[in-house]
Design a binder for this molecule. Sequence first.
Ligand SMILES: Cc1ncc(COP(=O)(O)O)c(C=O)c1O
Length: 416
Amino acid sequence: MRDNDNDKSQWQPATVTIHGGRRRDEYGALVAPLYQTATFAFTNTEQGSRRFAGEEFGYIYSRLGNPTITELEQRVAALEGYPAAAATATGMGAVSAALLAFVQQGDHILVSDTIYGCSFALFSHLFSRFGIAVDFVDMSDAKHLATMFRANTKLVFLETPANPHLKVVDIAMVSELAQQFAAKVVVDNTFMTPLLQQPRKQGADIVIHSATKYLNGHGDVVAGIICASAEDIELIKLTTLKDMGATMSPHDAWLILRGLKTLDVRMQRHCINARLVAEFLRDHDAVKTIYYPGFTDHPAQTLMGSQMHGAGAVIAFELAGDIDTARRMLDHLQLITIAVSLGDAETLIQHPASMTHSPFTPEARAKAGISDNLIRLSVGLEAIDDIINDLAQALAHCGSEAAANVNSTKEVLSHG
Ligand SMILES: Cc1ncc(COP(=O)(O)O)c(C=O)c1O
C-alpha cells in the first residue's frame, strides 16, 4: 500500500495501530527504521541556523525530535483522535510535562481523589512547593465537584477507571464543568487504551498514557505519551519537555511501535480473560468484595457504550480476613507474578497499600477507598484455565477464617 492509497482518517483503530503515522524510508523498509542517533548532521551552518529558527523543518537533536519518535507520536495521536502527541521518557514524565506546561504560581488544580500513587505524590508534594494549590476531589460526585472550582482553577486531572479500584468518572460531565471555568481537562487513559475509551470524544483537552502498560504491552519499556491539540503539544514540547528533558529514547519508541501492532488483539484477549477471572473471583467464598467495571451493578455500566467500550483487564478485590490473609494468598501464587505495573502479557498482582499507593497518606488512602486488604490484579494473556487454577490454589491457602467471615451478601464493585 502506498501512502496516499486511501483516506487514513477512515481507518478503523486496529488498522491505525499497525499503519498510523507510517513513513516510507528511501529503501522501502516495511518496519519503521530505528533512528538510534543523538544528533542530526546539518549540510552547512545556514541550514543549522534555519532549523533552530524554525524556518526549515528537519531534525536537530533527539531530545527535540527524532523520526522514530515522530512515527510513534503520530500513531498514538491518531488512535486517540488528537492532531498531535509528545512521547515522554515515562508515564510520570507525561503527567508532569503535561501539567507543568499550563500552570504557574498562584494557580489551582483539581485532582481526582483516586489516582496512581506517584501522581498523587507529584500533586500533593511537588506542586505545593511551587505555590500551586491542589484539591483532591471525588469526581464521581458532580454536585460536589461543581463547588470546588475557583477563579484560578487552570487544570482538572483524573484517571478513569482509576488505579487501583476502578472507580469511574464521567469525563463529559467533568469537561462541561471545566469549560465553564476555562480549565483544561487532562485524562490518564492508561487503563482503557484508546481502543476502549477516547476521552477527546467526551471533551478532554489532553490525554496521557503510561505507555509502559498496554500500549507497549510487553513489559520491556518504561515510557509515556501526551496527546492534545497541535498548539498544546507545541507548548509542552518547547517548554517542559525540551528544557526539563523527560523525552523518550528512539529505541523505546521503536519497541512501542512494535507492541502497538497487536494492541487490538491483545485488548480483546485481555478483556475476555479478565471477565472470566472476575466471575471466578466473584463466586469464590474467600473473596469479600470485587471491583470490575464489567459487572452489571458497577457504576461504569451507565457509561458503557458512550464513554467506555469495554471493561478493561484490571480487577481489584478484597479477601475476607486481614492483611495477612491477603499476603498469604499472594505468596502462594505460582504462575501469577507479584509485581507492580499492568498491561503486560503476564498476569501481575500487587498490594496497593504497601506498593503502588504507598505514597498516599493512610488518611488519603482511606478517603479514596483503598483498603489495606485491597489486591490489584492485571489479567494477562495466558490460557485462562492456568490463570484461574493458580488463583484457586492460592486462595485455598487463605484459611477457613476467610470463608467463614464472608458476608453472605457479597459486595460487588461498590465504588460509585
Ligand atoms: C494509571 C497510571 N498512570 C501513570 C503511571 C506512571 O507511569 P510510569 O510508571 O510509566 O511512569 C502509572 C504507573 O503505574 C499508572 O498506573
